[in-house]
Design a protein around this ligand. Structure first.
Ligand SMILES: [Cu+2]
Length: 297
């Protein structure tokens, strides 16, 4: 009795813990990675939402298949065990009917998954109707951003404070330096609700431009121009990193995208063009009026 109760209490604790983790990952659907975050970020763009939906669909299909397969296996092992007097059917060789079923059913499942996945991938690469273009160039170890046709072109690299800490041997904590190695000196400011085309390349070795909240990652390859697009829904600060091992300082070339409403973007663009870096930095650092508390960890 006692042992049974202890098991019950233990199970209850585990269940509570699992639900707590699930609840926290739902409640903290912010875009910075969370401790114990088990799921991918839903993101702030259509591409991110598509990826998230496909991921959830595939996950649940796998869960159902797993439950059926392992359930049948466990049932057979328990129900037909030797100690219960089960005897193997020595004459049985195969069942054509069963073999057809377990070939056709997976094919149907794969087609059911492939159709929406293909539609979403095609959409992800369709840059038609874009309203502006940003050229991204990867270097060892920084990024260059060019707002094409606007005469705005600048280098964005690891912020001085992160660089100082990393070279000083200090041990930063989440409290003392919340954005250690994830902050840049010059932020890429982009307008929300605008279809933005990206052309991504590199000037030395292969890098990859990746901001999880936007829902895609694009290789930056010397001599090759890759395309991508985004349309950010929520104003906020979205952080990313170089996602292709590109040399000794690969870990020190973060990406920061600040999405702001059109008016603020226009002001930033004007300040950039006028060479007023103080004003541009002020806009990049300000909290957009409509910003939600997302993207900040
Ligand atoms: Cu890189």
């Amino acid at each position: 009795m006692k042992a049974a109760r202890a098991t019950q209490v233990g199970l209850a604790r585990i269940t509570t813990g699992v639900f707590a983790v699930m609840a926290s990952s739902v409640a903290l659907a912010s875009l910075e990675p969370q401790r114990w975050q088990l799921n991918m970020t839903p993101g702030v763009t259509r591409t991110a939402e598509n990826a998230y939906q496909m991921h959830m669909m595939m996950l649940w299909i796998c869960v159902v298949i797993g439950v059926i397969v392992f359930g049948a296996m466990a049932y057979a092992m328990v129900k037909f065990r030797k100690s219960k007097g089960a005897k193997p059917d020595v004459d049985f060789t195969h069942s054509t009917k069963l073999e057809i079923i377990w070939t056709v059913v997976p094919i149907i499942i794969l087609v059911v998954m492939a159709v929406p996945a293909t539609i979403k991938v095609i959409e992800q690469y369709d840059t038609k109707g874009h309203e502006m273009t940003v050229k991204v160039t990867g270097y060892q170890w920084m990024w260059r951003y060019e707002i094409v046709g606007e005469d705005v072109n600048f280098i964005s690299r690891l912020d001085r404070e992160s660089d100082r800490i990393r070279q000083s041997g200090e041990r930063p904590t989440a409290e003392s330096s919340p954005h250690y190695l994830r902050e840049v000196d010059r932020v890429l400011v982009l307008p929300t609700d605008t279809k933005i085309r990206f052309v991504v390349t590199a000037d030395d070795v292969i890098h990859a431009w990746w901001v999880p909240a936007l829902g895609w990652k694009q290789d930056a390859i010397p001599g090759v121009i890759n395309e991508a697009w985004t349309q950010i829904r929520e104003p906020g600060t979205y952080r990313g990193v170089c996602a292709e091992l590109c040399g000794k300082d690969h870990g020190f070339m973060p990406i920061v995208v600040k999405a702001v409403p059109r008016g603020e973007y226009d002001a930033w663009l004007a300040a950039q063009k006028a060479g007023d870096l103080v004003e541009a930095a002020r806009i990049a650092a300000s909290t957009p009026a409509t910003a939600k508390a997302v993207g900040e960890g």
